[in-house]
Design a protein around this ligand. Structure first.
Ligand SMILES: Cc1cc2nc3c(=O)[nH]c(=O)nc-3n(C[C@H](O)[C@H](O)[C@H](O)COP(=O)(O)O)c2cc1C
Length: 243
């Protein structure tokens, strides 16, 4: 047992307001190294990350992420990418085809996500707060042009890191029994019962914060309309074969 590691995981909450001051390069390097130690499919290590410091680029990314000002007001901002460029360059160098299809793309997305989460835990262990920025996918072609990302590099999400200037309570999750199933997947009635239970928890959580709604109503709103509909076209244009 490592209670300190568990305490760190249970203390996670996204931070959206940061104190002034850059995250020093040596802390970034250490977190990257920890992130890299995450498991990776067949050791392909199909990810990379850009640190962005240019204020003009960061301000443009605030716009592209739907006005998320924290992108330009955190101690370090990163763009996490699935990255099969090095595998493609290698294949080209030895005159072999690069044949990964949807599986190759999924491997890159999974690897990059595992890397990023280990990286985030490492930053949190140093006292920093983090917030993933899925808003980066609002307009991926514009992000690609802004950052001049070459073929084989798939921007997935942004990441804000910095000293927290707020201290929100951790957000409750579904009960563990709702996500861990013994032997068989539950029927829909059991799923709805676990959602009811969580709605009760979340109603109280929102009420404490002067907000309203349930998890159900938020998920209904989230998925009732298609959104970010040209993502497949964008990743294809970056060289991904999604078949
Ligand atoms: C891939 C990903 C993208 C996210 N994108 C955003 C975002 O664009 N803006 C934001 O404020 N939070 C974003 N979040 C944070 C989630 O809203 C947050 O993790 C979730 O509500 C749970 O809250 P917690 O992290 O405080 O426990 C993102 C999280 C993930 C994993």
């Amino acid at each position: 047992m490592n209670p300190a590691a568990l305490d760190l995981l249970f203390a996670h909450r996204s931070i959206r307001r940061f104190a002034e001051g850059e995250v020093p390069d040596e802390h970034v390097r250490l977190a990257v190294r920890a992130g890299q130690q995450a498991s990776t499919s067949s050791n392909v290590q199909a990810y990379s990350m850009l640190r962005l410091r240019d204020p003009a680029v960061l301000e443009r990314l605030v716009e592209l992420t739907g006005g998320q000002s924290k992108v330009a007001r955190c101690g370090a901002f990163f763009v996490v990418c699935g990255d099969v460029r090095r595998h493609r360059v290698l294949a080209r160098k030895v005159g072999l085809p690069y044949q990964a299809r949807l599986e190759g793309f999924l491997v890159a997305v999974i690897d990059a996500s595992l890397f990023a989460q280990n990286l985030c835990v490492a930053f949190e262990s140093m006292g920093y707060g983090i917030c993933y920025i899925g808003g980066l996918r609002n307009d991926l072609p514009a992000v690609q042009r802004l950052l001049a990302l070459p073929e084989g590099v798939y921007p997935l999400f942004g990441l804000c890191v910095g000293i927290p200037a707020e201290d929100p309570a951790p957000r409750p999750r579904l009960a563990p029994e709702a996500v861990l199933h013994e032997e068989r997947y539950p029927d829909d009635e059991a799923i709805l019962a676990s959602i009811d239970q969580y709605d009760g928890v979340m109603t109280a959580y929102y009420a404490e914060r002067g907000s309203s709604g349930t998890w159900s109503t938020k998920m209904e709103a989230q998925f009732k309309e298609p959104y970010r509909t040209s993502i497949a076209d964008f990743y294809r244009s970056q060289g991904a074969d999604l078949s």
